[in-house]
Design a protein around this ligand. Structure first.
Ligand code: S3P
Length: 178
């Protein structure tokens, strides 16, 4: 039987809001869904909320309105869930970088950082057209990755994801909360 089948578990230590952060390709959405299902919580993906509200894709927002506008919408959308309880939210890789978002991860959610190595990030994302930042050169992506690492590590409880199945990563998060 799959490990995550069956009734959601009662976990009295589970916080109201769980946020997942990490670089692109770290598995935030896949793992977030599993954790939410296990706890019987609602799952939200910040990028999906943004595209639903904007009525266009992330790539279109970047191209037509610019990254700064995307970042503003991202902050507004993040804080729009601040009152929601029993929630797991997977956030875009850049969300923790903006200073005004950091309070959310520090005080308004219990935050887990899914760490993916740069090599594994490349393997997992390939030339994914939906992610505008993947248009950048490999050198620029390395710089971006390195600049974000300390921010992620400072904001979230670190979970290594390389060579681990999503189910095992979700189990590791649940264990940290038990
Ligand atoms: C971004 C990551 C993307 C998305 C946008 C920008 C980033 O989300 O928010 O393309 O700055 O790292 P994922 O981390 O879910 O790919």
């Amino acid at each position: 039987m799959p490990r995550f089948a069956g009734k959601p578990e009662t976990n009295s230590h589970a916080p109201h809001r769980i946020a997942l952060i990490g670089f692109m390709g770290s598995g935030k959405t896949t793992v977030g869904r599993l954790v939410a299902a296990r706890l019987g919580y609602r799952f939200l993906d910040l990028d999906v909320l943004i595209t639903e509200n904007a009525g266009k894709s992330i790539r279109e927002i970047f191209a037509e309105d610019g990254e700064e506008t995307f970042r503003r919408i991202e902050s507004d959308t993040l804080y729009s869930v601040r009152e929601m309880n029993r929630l797991v939210i997977a956030t875009g890789g850049g969300a923790p970088v903006r200073q005004e978002n950091q309070e959310f991860f520090e005080n308004l959610a219990t935050t887990f950082y899914l760490e993916v190595s740069f090599k594994e990030f490349l393997n997992r994302t390939g030339r994914d057209h939906a992610r505008p930042l993947l248009d950048h050169s490999k050198n620029d992506l390395v710089k971006l990755y390195k600049s974000r690492l300390p921010i992620y590590r400072g904001l979230g409880q670190r979970i290594i994801t390389d060579a681990r199945k999503p189910q095992d990563i979700a189990a590791a998060i649940l264990k940290k909360m038990s």
